[in-house]
Ligand binder design. Structure first.
Ligand code: ADP
Length: 296
């Protein structure tokens, strides 16, 4: 019912006392290796909640790729569309400073080798899904091809434009919803001149052309704006320990509930509970809840 098209990365994390200057070497803590990438995160978030979710992504024919496939399958994601080979698995090299100040180098690897032809070859899966969920850690032509093919097949498109990049008007026009956090909202609305009020942001984003908009507001929840008006949904109050992956958990949950036929408002009400649960535990995928473990 849900197809996610996007990235899969191995996150390689080490803690450092201070970050190295160019030419310098510092020692870090024991390496931790976590499954990540926005596409894989969204698919895992949905599957862990009980969704039938498939992932179209590309990983390398290497140990990181096998680790990612294993974590996806354990969560219950359909990995049949995952392609292998062509480049090493995407990696994020993450140095966490003493004050939580991270420096990150991303090597996209196989993610950058996903092509519009790969999307075309998966047309059956795409047309058979109720919703396709997209982010922008794979090449822009892949995102565009998936959005256009989905729209042509009557599959609903959910798009989180992260990291920010090129978004052709006809791709924006089929997003239902476009899902952004406040940072991404400001970026799309031209930075300093963007409205500060989230309701005004949602109104201005809708004017850019998508069918509907969701703005996530961290601890304040999220806001949905469609042709029928604006709904603001508060997040459950939780003790936040690590917000990594909260947006991916939110969007994976939202996309799945829309695929199930929920109204946008009901889907957002569900997704804020999933996002809130995800911030109560450390890590990205490791923090994603099952359906039985959601705060009210
Ligand atoms: P991103 O992770 O992309 O920056 P947000 O910070 O807006 O996006 O978080 C996404 C969702 O996760 C929010 O809509 C909310 O449901 C949940 N969330 C994030 N931070 C908190 C928090 N401190 N308390 C409760 N829920 C949170």
């Amino acid at each position: 019912e849900l197809l996610v098209v996007g990235s899969a990365n191995a996150d390689l994390v080490t803690r450092v006392e201070r970050h190295p200057a160019p030419g310098e070497t510092v020692l870090g803590s024991d390496l931790a290796v976590h499954p990540g990438g926005k596409g894989a995160n969204q698919a895992v978030a949905a599957a862990r909640l009980g969704a039938r979710a498939a992932l179209l992504a590309r990983v390398g024919d290497d140990a990181h790729g096998r680790m990612l496939l294993e974590s996806l399958r354990t969560a219950g994601v359909d990995t049949a569309p995952v392609l292998t080979g062509g480049a090493p698995t995407g990696v994020a090299l993450i140095a966490v400073g003493a004050r939580g100040d991270n420096t990150i180098v991303v090597s996209p690897g196989a993610n950058a080798r996903l092509t519009p032809e790969d999307v075309a070859a998966a047309h059956g899966v795409l047309a058979g899904a109720a919703v396709v969920s997209l982010q922008m850690e794979v090449p822009a032509p892949v995102v565009a091809a998936a959005a256009r093919a989905a729209a042509a097949a009557g599959t609903r498109v959910v798009l989180n434009p992260s990291p920010p990049g090129e978004l052709p008007d006809d791709v924006l026009a089929v997003c239902d919803p476009l899902v952004v956090n406040e940072h991404e909202a400001r970026g799309l609305l031209g930075g300093a001149g963007a409205p500060r009020d989230p309701g005004e942001q949602a109104r201005a984003l809708l004017a850019l052309g998508p069918r509907s908009v969701v703005v996530t507001l961290g601890a304040a929840g999220a806001l949905h704006r469609g042709p029928g008006g604006t709904v603001r949904v508060p997040s459950p109050a939780v003790e936040a320990v690590d917000t990594t992956g909260a947006g991916d958990a939110f969007t994976g949950a939202l996309a799945w509930r829309l695929a199930r036929g929920d109204t946008p408002e009901a889907a957002v009400r569900f997704a804020v509970r999933v996002g809130a649960a995800a911030v109560t535990r450390p890590g990205a995928q490791s923090s994603f809840p099952t359906a039985g473990a959601l705060p009210r």
